[in-house]
Ligand binder design. Structure first.
Ligand code: ZN
Ligand code: ZN
Length: 325
């Protein structure tokens, strides 16, 4: 019980810290936009097409809103439509509009600063040190046959001090391990059902009335995953990705129907060479607030082709989908 509260408090603190980062980024973006507005009139402040929104608190993406289909009451001459619903994951209303070029730049910089991984040695060093301390502390005194003190040259270190050092080491280990455990588990930007379904497994050809198009290559498909990483690590943990976006059409497999919004894809990621001169590539990246040049992203676009042979486990509302071997 107590632990749950402590965990919640930690999560709140982390979230508050993130919010501070975002606010600072927002201020910087406004300043940057002003400077650019003063000096260079031809640098676009906004993308000329609608872009996705990203939740400032958890990174969930909201798809672009077509200004012509927004709420008609809000359709003014130059009003930019914004999502009117809170984030379905964390309840935040803090949507960041990725069509704001300066804002997207600052957000990317902030994500890059967070990408550095904590070296494993920081976790292992105190553990090893504390174990050594305990080993040393249990050295047996020859005269009494009991562990009392450890002697280096002419200095006698009392046993209690060694035990205290060892305990401190263990406490440090636990602290670091907890921090690691509570580290980011989601990509910086994500859009996928967070489920862990293990229902009945069905195998068969996928049937769907709807055809989706993969964002970069435009390949027709019934489902796709777009993943962006700062290195070529297709099997990395979800939290290490810059972006993971999954879309799935409503589908039928082996006579059982599945709602697309609840299907989590488990696909072997396919690397796509990003071509900055390709308009579709540029646009797909810009819509998600990413830059196709300069950031050296590795992009994976994986599809489930129409009529592919798949294995689905779960029920109508939540299911996992794999390509059948
Ligand atoms: Zn932070
Ligand atoms: Zn959120």
């Amino acid at each position: 019980m107590c632990q749950a509260f402590a965990r919640q408090a930690r999560a709140d603190r982390r979230r508050a810290e993130e919010r501070r980062h975002i606010r600072a980024a927002q201020r910087a973006a406004v300043r940057a936009a002003r400077i650019r507005g003063d000096r260079l009139e031809h640098v676009p402040d906004r993308r000329e097409f609608p872009c996705a929104f990203v939740c400032a608190d958890c990174g969930q993406l909201h798809p672009p809103i077509d200004p012509t289909t927004g709420n008609p009451m809000r359709r003014h001459a130059d009003a930019v439509p914004r999502p009117e619903i809170p984030c379905s994951h964390c309840g935040s209303h803090g949507w960041i509009d990725l069509a704001n070029v300066a804002m997207a730049d600052v957000l990317r910089d902030s994500e890059r600063a967070h990408a550095r991984k904590r070296p494993r040695i920081l976790i292992l060093a105190p553990l090893v040190l504390s174990l050594l301390g305990i080993l040393v502390a249990t050295r047996v005194d020859n005269a009494t046959g009991r562990a009392t003190r450890f002697v280096i040259g002419e200095y006698a270190i009392p046993l209690w001090l060694l035990v205290a050092i060892a305990l401190f080491g263990v406490a440090l280990c636990v602290r670091l391990w907890q921090r690691r455990r509570h580290a980011r588990r989601l990509p910086h930007r994500w859009s996928l059902p967070l489920i862990n379904s293990s229902g009945r497994r069905r195998r068969g050809q996928v049937v769907s009335l709807e055809t989706l198009h993969a964002p970069l290559t435009g390949r027709p498909c019934v489902a796709y995953e777009l993943a962006v990483h700062t290195a070529d690590e297709p099997k990395a943990a979800l939290g290490n990705f810059t972006l993971v976006e999954q879309r799935c059409a409503d589908l039928v497999v082996d006579g059982c129907s599945y709602r697309g919004t609840g299907v989590r894809l488990e696909l072997r990621r396919e690397r796509i060479e990003l071509d900055p001169t390709n308009e579709a590539h540029r646009r797909a990246m810009h819509i998600r607030g990413l830059e196709p040049v300069g950031d050296a992203f590795t992009v994976y676009e994986t599809i489930v082709a129409p009529h592919a042979l798949v294995a689905v486990s779960g029920d109508e509302t939540t299911a996992m989908l794999r390509i059948a071997a």
